[in-house]
Design a protein around this ligand. Structure first.
Ligand code: FE2
Ligand code: FE2
Length: 232
């Protein structure tokens, strides 16, 4: 891999680009709203609050009032709805990984409807990867590129997306009875796993350290995914 080049001052510029991207990519209303909510610091406030309340909070839980249990459940529900960008992307990685595992099991089976099952799974893999690649390329990668110091990661990830898309297009032209159908889907699986490993081991840690508002970014990704689910 080529020697990495470093950015000089990504911090403030990245935040500005994040806000700019959130409004332009989403066509206005939602992006500004998401940035505004995030700007209020709600997410970080809750984590600071957990640490800050410390023993007082523990004491309330120990007493175990119904009210405190209720508040605990409410906080857990809110946390799931507010899953940040990296949490959301990791969950999608896991979902696609499971689809590849299901395909591998179907390819090993000799059931009468094996070909149909493989076609269904390959189609779902293709759909999920297209949506995932789109939200990364449209929203996450541009923001990350402005925030991290390693200038090679995003271009390399984008090239890897294109290679995966080429394989997906090839699979869509094939029949499950083709001699190389299973192998092609499995190579796509290996390719995606390699890409995911790089994102999770290299890109995501750098994005986490950048100070970007990942909750606001998560909201943008979730909203764009919802749009794409109706069209892809
Ligand atoms: Fe990716
Ligand atoms: Fe990804």
């Amino acid at each position: 891999m080529a020697t990495k080049t470093k950015r000089k001052n990504p911090g403030a510029r990245a935040q500005a680009r994040a806000r700019s991207t959130s409004t332009t990519s989403r066509g206005g209303r939602g992006g500004r709203a998401a940035a505004g909510r995030a700007g209020s610091g709600r997410g970080s406030k809750s984590s600071r609050g957990t640490r800050g309340r410390g023993r007082a909070a523990t004491g309330a839980t120990t007493r175990g009032s119904a009210a405190s249990r209720g508040r605990g459940r409410a906080r857990a529900g809110a946390a799931m709805r507010q899953q940040d960008a990296i949490g959301l992307l990791k969950a999608e990685h896991e979902q696609v990984d499971q689809l590849f595992e299901q395909f591998e099991r179907a390819a090993q089976g000799r059931g009468a409807n094996g070909a149909q099952r493989k076609t269904e799974l390959a189609s779902e893999i293709s759909r999920q990867l297209q949506i995932h690649a789109a939200i990364e390329e449209e929203i996450f990668y541009p923001v990350a590129a402005g925030a991290i110091r390693d200038e090679d990661l995003i271009p390399e990830a984008t090239v890897e997306h294109q290679s995966a898309k080429d394989l997906i297009a090839k699979i869509e032209r094939m029949s499950p009875d083709d001699e190389l159908y299973d192998a092609t889907v499995m190579v796509l699986g290996e390719y995606v796993r390699h890409h995911v490993k790089e994102e999770q081991n290299e890109l995501f840690p750098q994005v986490k350290r950048s100070g970007l508002d990942l909750r606001a970014l998560g909201e943008q990704l979730r909203e764009r995914r919802a749009q794409l689910e109706t069209t892809v």
